[in-house]
Design a protein around this ligand. Structure first.
Ligand code: AP5
Ligand code: MG
Ligand code: ZN
Length: 213
């Protein structure tokens, strides 16, 4: 099963992708997490990606597409995967489609998580992220058992550099201009499913599992 998570920054794509990954034993593939891991490790890719991410802009397709394609061609992705944060514009979606079509394959579900912009900022300011394993928390909604420490891997939690209010606003603009057109793109393919991302995260998860069942 191949799933795409769509939705604005802070809609809960990462939160739900992690839960789906656990339940269905599929790898959670997040381009944002891959970039952040590279930033943490000080790689060239990380340096280049950071210059875009800190402004709330998309990292150029030349970099992003190659990384994603390398990742999904690994052994653990052969029975499917959950894409979180990719594709983020029509050209990326077309590259993915074409690559899958060449293998006689396709995406099964594109799940759009709807959350209005005004809810997003509140979520981002309280978010804490683990750079080692990608787990996401919220100081009020989803606190870790021990403050500042990841429940899953024990590493330190960070406030993402791009979660400042100004940057979040830029990310929302980029989302509406470049990413939102994907909703129509997948609707035309007949694989779009919409969920209400403002609900409690377990209720959102329940809606998603009903779609995937
Ligand atoms: P990326 O890491 O993908 O960020 P994003 O899309 O902006 O999304 P977020 O991770 O901010 O939000 P999310 O939807 O995962 O929400 P979360 O589950 O954390 O990308 C970062 C940057 O990398 C981009 O800006 C770009 O520069 C670059 N990039 C990445 N992919 C790219 C690509 N394909 N092409 C080009 N550039 C790319 O939830 C948010 C918060 O809310 C958390 O604190 C969570 O605990 C809480 N929460 C979740 N669900 C609920 C709920 N139901 N109720 C209450 N709180 C909730
Ligand atoms: Mg995320
Ligand atoms: Zn962790």
């Amino acid at each position: 099963m191949k799933i795409i998570m769509l939705g604005a920054p802070g809609a809960g794509k990462g939160t739900q992708a992690e839960m789906i990954a656990e339940k269905y034993h599929l790898p959670h593939v997040s381009t944002g997490d891959i970039f952040r891991a590279n930033i943490k490790n000080g790689t060239e890719l990380g340096k280049e990606a950071k210059s875009y991410m800190d402004q709330g802009l998309l990292v150029p397709d030349e970099l992003t597409v190659k990384i994603l394609m390398d990742r999904v061609s690994q052994e653990d992705c052969k029975n499917g995967y959950i894409l979180d944060g990719f594709p983020r514009n029509i050209p990326q979606a077309e590259v993915l489609d074409k690559a899958l079509a060449e293998l006689g394959d396709k995406i099964d579900h594109a799940i759009d998580m709807e959350v209005p912009d005004e809810r997003i900022i509140r979520r981002m300011v309280g978010r804490r992220a683990c750079v080692s394993c990608g787990a996401t928390y919220h100081v009020e909604n989803v606190p870790p058992k021990k403050e500042g420490i990841c429940d899953k891997c024990g590493d330190a939690l960070i406030l993402r550099d791009d979660d400042r209010e100004e940057t979040v606003k830029n990310r929302l603009n980029v989302y509406h201009e470049q990413t939102q057109p994907l909703i129509e793109f997948y609707e035309k393919k007949g694989i779009l499913k919409t969920v209400d991302g403002t609900k409690d995260m377990m209720d959102v998860f329940k809606e998603i599992t009903e779609i995937l069942a």
